[in-house]
Design a protein around this ligand. Structure first.
Ligand code: ZN
Length: 219
């Protein structure tokens, strides 16, 4: 069975410490809720939320709960508690509320650019720290910036993750270890998201995306 994974980042006011790149994936609260309405009740759509922003706890989780929707939250473990991010206690509360908690590494770095020791810390240590923090096992990870290569995937396998999320767009097999995701950007609205979710696998841009993904997984 195929699923469409969608990714949200920060919601609401961006504040001054949000960089230009991040603003591109930041949604207004009303925009986020309108997109949720498109997703609600749709079979085969999974919600993921990256970066551990404070808005995960303040806006995203309550909106999901109101609509009886689940999600996986991927947090950069080393940034929790810093200004603009969730606290450790927030993450524990999300886990207790039944949301899936996954690792987004320690400090939100590009894993491809790290040496082996730093990469191990990002994927292996972050998982252990997160497990101790929430008192349950952590089985999923998402790659910061959607950046990965064969070596990164090998480290993620060795660290024991059961599922790894990228930002490669398109659909994914529900059981696959590597899961492509579709980022919802600041320019999206209910119409564009509806269109994205109903796109067949043979649309020209998704075919091009698959070719690029295949190259990425081999490099
Ligand atoms: Zn991220």
């Amino acid at each position: 069975m195929k699923v469409a994974n969608v990714t949200f980042h920060g919601i609401g006011n961006t504040g001054t410490d949000v960089c230009a790149e991040e603003r591109d994936v930041w949604l207004r609260e009303a925009q986020f809720k309108a997109v949720l309405e498109v997703i609600r009740g749709r079979v085969g759509v999974c919600i993921t939320v990256d970066d551990g922003n404070a808005s995960d706890m303040e806006i995203v989780a309550p909106a999901l709960r109101e609509r009886n929707m689940g999600a996986s939250f991927f947090v950069p473990v080393g940034l929790l508690g810093q200004s603009g991010y969730m606290s450790k206690s927030d993450v524990r509360q999300l886990a207790e509320a039944g949301f899936v908690i996954g690792s987004h590494g320690m400090k939100h770095l590009d894993w491809r650019k790290l040496n082996d020791d730093d990469l191990r810390c990002e994927v292996h240590d972050s998982r252990q720290i997160l497990e101790q923090m929430i008192g349950r096992s952590v089985r999923e990870a998402s790659c910061p910036f959607g950046s990965y290569d064969l070596r990164v995937l090998r480290f993620l396998k060795q660290a024991g993750y059961r599922r790894v999320y990228t930002s490669d767009r398109g659909s994914a097999s529900r059981q696959a270890w590597l899961q492509a995701r579709n980022t919802i950007s600041a320019w999206d609205d209910p119409v564009s998201v509806e269109k994205m979710l109903s796109k067949g696998p043979l649309s020209p841009d998704l075919i091009m995306c698959r070719i690029k993904t295949a190259i990425k997984r081999l490099r």
